[in-house]
Each structure stands twice: as C-alpha cells, then as structure tokens.
Write a protein of this length. Structure first.
Length: 249
C-alpha cells in the first residue's frame, strides 16, 4: 500500500482504537489486522502496536489528570504487581502462537458481559472513593500483566472486570486506573519487542498519533458523559470482540 494511503489509514484507525481502548477495550482488534495487512509479520505487528499503546496511555493519563480524576499512588501499586507478568508475557510473545489464547479470551469476554449486566455491588463514591486496594486485585494484576505483555488484545476488558469486581469502583475510576496500569506495564514490553527487532517505528508512530487523539477524547468523555455511556459502549465492544474471537463471524 502506498505511504500516502497507509499513513492516513493508520492515523484514522488509531483514533478509533485509542477511543475504544480507553472507554472499554478491544482497539487492538482493529490495529493488529491493519498492521499485518500492511506487510508486517505477526510478532512485528504485535510489537509495533505497543508504540501506539504507550502513546495513547500517556495522553489518556494526562487527560484524566486535567479532568481531576487521578489516584497515582493506587494506580502505581496496582501497576507494579502487573510488571513481572508483562515482562514474562512479552518474552513469550516473540515465539508462541496465540491462537489458543484468542479462543480462551473469547469465552472470558462473554463472562465479562454477564458480569457487567448483573446488578453491581455498591460502588465507592464521595469520601469512600479512597479506594482500598485488595489482595485479589493485586493478584489478578500479575495474570493480566502476563496476558497484556503477551497479546494485549482485550486486556482492557480484563482490567475493567478485575478493578470493578475486586475494588467496587465506578467505571470512570476503573478507566482512570486502567490507562495508568497499561502505560506502566507496556513500557518494558515495548522495550523487549524493540530489543528483538519486532517494532516498525515509522508505522508505529503514525498509528500512535491517531491513538493519542482518540484516547484524549475518550478520557474526557469517560468523565463527562458518565457511567451509562461507558457501560453501553463496553457491552457492545465486548460482545463484538468475543464473537469475532470465537469465529462467529
């Protein structure tokens, strides 16, 4: 594909994927196929996609901060539990086929839809929004970090299920923590992909530019539009991704 077509295509897909990743997840289901279509191998596409993930996460974290939605200490604690898993996952990712993992993820995502539609536990609000970090949330970060370092596709859904289920947070607060966690564990994962020669920086930065714009917009929407909009977008995104991974269409 000529560069004057591929660069705008990457930017536009980046905008949509950045918005999806912050509001719910699944943006990599758009970016990875496009990168492979542009001629990258699976491992290089996986690594190149991490450039956009890092940049969009920085944009989203800053946007949440501008909206006065931040809890850096809690976010950092959760992130540190995910780091070892992410490093191990990235090392495996340069060698192992992920077909089986996609099928497992499809089944997991159906479960996420069910949990999102069931009545939620009482959420922390106001002064109660001090967010007690539970051991279950920390333990889940290790496994989610591994998956994120390995495949990345759909990791946002898993983070949302974990943080909402184990810490009883509103979806706005879940998204705020989620983008910080993804940023922290993706940095060493990107380094591993780059070290092994599995990053195309030109395509990655083109994708990242659009992803940053989409993520900035999504972070503002997440705070201003409220729980109902996030929930509707999340259920739709999870359902589409799960059906795709299970080869329903």
């Amino acid at each position: 594909m000529p560069i004057y077509i591929s660069i705008p295509a990457l930017f536009l897909v980046g905008v949509l994927s950045g918005f999806m990743n912050v509001m719910a997840g699944g943006g990599s289901t758009l970016t990875l196929p496009l990168l492979i279509f542009l001629g990258l191998g699976a491992s290089t596409a996986n690594g190149t996609n991490r450039v956009a993930i890092v940049v969009q996460s920085v944009a989203a974290v800053y946007s949440f901060k501008r909206e006065e939605q931040q809890a850096f200490r809690q976010s950092l604690v959760l992130s540190l539990f995910g780091l070892p898993g992410a490093v191990a996952g990235a090392v495996f990712a340069v060698e192992i086929n992920n077909e089986l993992f996609e099928k497992i993820l499809g089944a997991v995502l159906i479960g996420v839809i069910v949990t999102m539609l069931l009545p939620a536990a009482r959420e922390r609000t106001g002064a109660d929004q001090r967010e007690r970090i539970t051991w279950q949330a920390c333990a889940s970060m290790l496994f989610i970090g591994f998956y994120g370092g390995f495949i990345q596709v759909g990791v946002g859904f898993l983070l949302m299920a974990s943080l909402r289920g184990f810490m009883r947070l509103s979806l706005q607060r879940v998204n705020m923590h989620k983008v910080f966690i993804v940023l922290i564990y993706t940095i060493p994962a990107l380094f591993i992909f780059a070290w092994t020669g599995n990053v195309d920086w030109g395509l990655g930065l083109s994708l990242a530019a659009g992803s940053a714009a989409g993520a900035w917009w999504a972070a503002k929407s997440s705070v201003r539009k409220g729980e109902r909009v996030i929930r509707a977008f999340l259920v739709l995104a999870v359902l589409i991704m799960a059906l795709k991974l299970l080869d329903v269409f």
